[in-house]
Design a protein around this ligand. Structure first.
Ligand code: GLY
Length: 378
C-alpha cells in the first residue's frame, strides 16, 4: 500500500484509540500499563508530559475540544511539580515540551509559555560549566545514587530541545549555548566510533573530568541500550534542526546507522543491542517508535537522495509496531505493547509505556506528510 494511504489509515486507528483512552484515563499521568490498565505517576515524574503530548497531537489533527481540555488540565496539574521545584531533574524537557510548549505552539497561551520558560531555566540551572554537561538526576539515597552530581545521561539529548526553544522564544542565546555545550560533550564522551552510545557517563563534578561510564538501563557499561541509541538519533537530529551545525547531523546519521544495522529481522529491537543471548529476551517497542520519529525528522533535514533511507527505515519500524505490537481495541488501555522500561532493575518489562504510545503517534503524524509546516513540540 502506498505510504500516504497507509499512514492515514494507521493514524485513523490511532486517533480513535486516543479518543477511547481519553475516556478511560481522563486527566492524569499514566506511565506503564499493567494487566491492561495504565497506572498513574506523580506530576514530577519524567513521563508526566507524554499523555498531554498525545492529547495535543490528536487535538492538532482532529480538533476535538474534549482532548484539548484534558491536555490543559494535565498541564495545570504539572504546576505542583514546577512550584515545589526540589523533585525536578533534567527531564523537565520531556515534561514541558510536550505539555506547555505544545500548548503554546498550538494555542499561543501565554501561561503555557511562562511555564515552559520556567522549566527551561531549571534545566539551564543544572549545567555544570566545569565539565560542560547537564546534570541528570538528584541524589537518591534509596537508589544507591547518593553522589550523582557529575552524572549525565544520553536521554538528555531530548531535554535540551527545551533550551533551543527558549532561546528562539526569548532571543537569549544562553539557553542555546548550554544546549550546544552539552551536545558537544555527548559527541565526545557518549557516542562510540561504531555509533552505539553509553547510557550514563560520570564526571567529577568539581574538576569536570570524565571518570567512568555506567550501564544504567542497558545491559552493561559497554553495551548498547536500544532506547539510548534512539534518544541519540532523535536528539542529535533536533540539535541540527536548530543549529544547522553539521557535526550534529553526522552524529544523528551515525547512531541511526548503528540502530538500523542491529535490528532483528522483524524490526522490533531487543532492549539492548549487545546481549550475550537474544533467545526469549524482551523487546523494546518504545525504542522503535522513538527511532522512527527521529529518523523521519532526519530524513526531512536531508536532501531526498540522502534522506530516503531513513524514511524507509522509519516506515518499516512503524509498520512493524502496527503489525506486531499495536492494540487498537479495548483489550488494553495502551496502544503500543512490548516495551521495556528498565530491565536491569526489573521495572516494567514487556509492557506498554506511555512514551511508546506517544512516539508511535508522533511518527504517524510526521508521516501524514506535512510535518515541515506542522511544528512538532520539540
Ligand atoms: N528517560 C528514561 C528512559 O528512557 O527510560
Amino acid at each position: 500500500m502506498e505510504k500516504q494511504q497507509w499512514a492515514e489509515e494507521a493514524w485513523q486507528r490511532t486517533s480513535s484509540k486516543i479518543k477511547q483512552m481519553s475516556e478511560a484515563i481522563g486527566a492524569g499521568f499514566p506511565h506503564a500499563s499493567q494487566n491492561g490498565k495504565y497506572d498513574r505517576t506523580a506530576a514530577s515524574a519524567w513521563t508526566s508530559g507524554f499523555w498531554p503530548g498525545l492529547l495535543w497531537l490528536a487535538y492538532r489533527e482532529e480538533q476535538d475540544e474534549s482532548l484539548r481540555q484534558l491536555a490543559e488540565v494535565c498541564e495545570a496539574a504539572q504546576d505542583e511539580a514546577l512550584d515545589e521545584f526540589t523533585k525536578l531533574h533534567h527531564d523537565v524537557g520531556f515534561m514541558w515540551c510536550l505539555s506547555s510548549v505544545a500548548s503554546y505552539k498550538i494555542t499561543k497561551n501565554e501561561q503555557s509559555k511562562q511555564r515552559a520558560l520556567k522549566a527551561a531555566s531549571i534545566l539551564a540551572g543544572r549545567f555544570n560549566p566545569q565539565g560542560s554537561f547537564i546534570r541528570a538526576w538528584n541524589s537518591y539515597v534509596w537508589r544507591n545514587e547518593e553522589h550523582n552530581e557529575g552524572w549525565a545521561i544520553i536521554d538528555c539529548m531530548m531535554n535540551i530541545s527545551l533550551l533551543f526553544w527558549a532561546s528562539e522564544e526569548t532571543g537569549d542565546a544562553r539557553y542555546r549555548h548550554i544546549a550546544m555545550r552539552h551536545a558537544d560533550t555527548v559527541l565526545k564522551e557518549f557516542i562510540r566510533a561504531d555509533g552505539s552510545v553509553y547510557h550514563i557517563v560520570c564526571f567529577n563534578a568539581e574538576t569536570g573530568e570524565r571518570e567512568s561510564a555506567l550501564g544504567g538501563q542497558g545491559y552493561s557499561p559497554d553495551s548498547a541500550w536500544a532506547r539510548g541509541v534512539a534518544w541519540a538519533i532523535y536528539g542529535m537530529a533536533i540539535c541540527y534542526s536548530y543549529t544547522k551545525e553539521e557535526r550534529y547531523l553526522r552524529a544523528s546519521q551515525k547512531t541511526a546507522h548503528y540502530f538500523m544495522a542491529n535490528l532483528p529481522e522483524d524490526h522490533i529491537p531487543y532492549w539492548d543491542f549487545r546481549l550475550p543471548a537474544y533467545e526469549g529476551a524482551p523487546r523494546d517497542a518504545s525504542a522503535a517508535a522513538i527511532a522512527a520519529s527521529g529518523m523521519l525528522l532526519l530524513s526531512e533535514l536531508l536532501p531526498a537522495d540522502q534522506g530516503g533511507m531513513y524514511e524507509r527505515c522509519a516506515l518499516r519500524l512503524v509498520k512493524a509496531i502496527d503489525r506486531q505490537c499495536a492494540c487498537y481495541d479495548s483489550g488494553n488501555e495502551a496502544i503500543v505493547l512490548h516495551a521495556t522500561g528498565s530491565f536491569p532493575t526489573g521495572k516494567n518489562i514487556d509492557v506498554p509505556l506511555i512514551y511508546g504510545d506517544y512516539f508511535y503517534a508522533e511518527a504517524l503524524t510526521r508521516l501524514l506528510g506535512n510535518s515541515g509546516s506542522r511544528q512538532m513540540f520539540w
